[in-house]
Design a binder for this molecule. Structure first.
Ligand code: MN
Ligand code: MN
Length: 463
């Protein structure tokens, strides 16, 4: 047998034994189910809450005091939540935090979305997060979300998931008439205001001014008991109606919507479920709003991490300002988020020595940002040294990753926001192809290695 090449030596499929490879395939089956069940942040919180309660995690507000080994659950606004295992060490000495985000780029409905034009009824959208607008044309869309009526009643909406269910779509312009459009810059060819989805075409014969819209409103009234003004207090999102799938003849990859960052949400969830009673208190946090800059009261620019830790400390005997701040500063964090994998179709934007690859294990991203690391966390090398050791000791296959070539673009994560507390933090998660597209692709080997990385961090990282 001849020597294997350098690249192959770094490949997780080559490094894993057959048992581990089979483990990676099995793990991905359950992950695909999760992707299909949780397409919005609210659905992800519902999934996490259900699994947490089934595994003996207790809502913190039902607990009087806490001790080592206690498993706890915390949640805010139905869009951010955390699982905690109290460690053997004093909580005041800090926690091991893994934080992912459960929001994903998509199309939100506007507060006044419904109209009629040219005999068709349409819904206006406003995109959420960094999308390429052309991705959202000419495909089946499902509508997920909640509506709160004026009297406070909550109505849950999920249309388009069952294969016999109806779907929505934004029709694309026919190529025959796209001569002018095709000559435009890609960023200008499709405007935000043209992302209007079809909701109906059959008019009623009542003499109403907008007979198709009027018919749609009647159906909404029948189905959900809502009127047009109720859209004002709603959170409705268009997501791809198709399901996550195995990709490749070898089924070695997963394709699906929302893997940024539900790939890290699912792997970190499984990692804390499988954790023993750790030395340091383990917290697995699932955050919202990362895709729009971690703003809002469910994003990590809010002080929700501080509140969660303060609430824990209150139950542990006291949460004065200094104690909470000191515990946070002495904490360690893996910011669980994805990186962009080197894409053979677009080699121009990648730097092969420092960018991450599909199938070479979980990625440690020292810094993100753009224009000279602006808006980046830039992890301390002292901490990276400890994490390297942890991963190698626990047979976690890992690689380094920078996002593309210098000045090719850039991006950010929540790392810079948790760093505000003074804790050590580094970005760590799988690499994706087609990130932020409706069908992102991940390697099953990397998914499994992310799980192993987070599990080792919860179980054995002592700082
Ligand atoms: Mn992300
Ligand atoms: Mn993202």
């Amino acid at each position: 047998m001849s020597e294997i090449g350098e690249d192959l030596k770094n490949n997780a499929w080559i490094k894993m034994n057959e048992e581990e490879a089979q483990g990676a395939y099995l793990f991905a089956d359950n992950y695909i189910d999760f992707l299909n069940l949780a397409k919005t942040e609210r659905e992800a919180v519902e999934y996490v809450r259900k699994i947490a309660l089934e595994h003996g995690f207790q809502p913190l507000d039902q607990v009087k005091e806490i001790k080592a080994g206690d498993k706890l659950y915390m949640e805010a606004k139905g869009k951010i939540c955390a699982l905690i295992i109290i460690g053997q060490q004093d909580l005041r000495k800090g926690i091991n935090l893994v934080v992912s985000h459960i929001d994903t780029p998509r199309l939100d409905l506007k507060p006044r979305p419904l109209y009629e034009a040219e005999g068709l009824s349409m819904l206006k959208t406003h995109y959420y997060g960094g999308i390429k607008k052309y991705h959202w044309l000419a495909m089946p869309l499902a509508l997920h979300g909640v509506i709160f009526k004026k009297d406070g009643t909550r109505v849950d909406v999920q249309l388009g998931e069952d294969e016999n269910d109806l779907v929505f779509t934004i029709a694309d312009l026919l190529p025959h008439l796209a001569k002018e459009q095709m000559e435009k810059k890609m960023s200008e060819a499709i405007t935000g205001e043209s992302l209007n989805a079809l909701i109906g075409s059959r008019p009623e014969a009542t003499g109403a001014k907008d007979p198709v819209k009027s018919a749609v409103l009647k159906m909404l009234e029948q189905r959900y008991g809502i009127e047009e003004d109720d859209f004002t207090s709603a959170e409705l999102q268009f997501v791809p109606a198709f399901k996550a799938r195995h990709v490749g003849l070898d089924r070695s990859m997963v394709g699906g919507f929302g893997q940024d960052d539900r790939i890290c949400a699912y792997t970190s969830l499984r990692a804390i479920l499988d954790a023993a009673i750790p030395q340091r208190t383990a917290m697995c946090l699932f955050a919202d709003k990362e895709e729009i800059g971690s703003s809002g009261n469910t994003g990590l620019q809010s002080l929700v991490v501080e509140l969660f830790v303060a609430e824990l400390m209150q139950k542990a005997g006291g949460a004065d300002y200094y104690t909470v701040r000191k515990a946070l500063a002495d904490s360690y964090c893996l910011s669980a988020d994805v990186n962009g994998a080197v894409d053979p179709n677009y080699l121009d934007v990648f730097e092969k020595m420092n960018n991450s690859y599909l199938g070479r294990g979980v990625v440690l991203t020292k810094y993100t940002g753009s224009r000279g690391k602006y808006d980046s966390n830039d992890a301390n090398p002292e901490f990276l040294s400890q994490i390297r050791r942890l991963f190698d000791d626990n047979r976690v296959i890992w690689q380094v990753g920078e996002l593309g070539k210098v000045d090719a673009g850039g991006g950010g994560t929540v790392a810079q926001y948790v760093a505000r507390y003074g804790m050590e933090v580094v970005d760590c998660g799988p690499a994706l192809l087609g990130m932020h597209s409706p069908f992102e692709v991940a390697s099953k080997a990397d998914i499994y290695m992310a799980y192993k990385a987070y599990n080792a961090f919860f179980n054995s990282f002592t700082g």
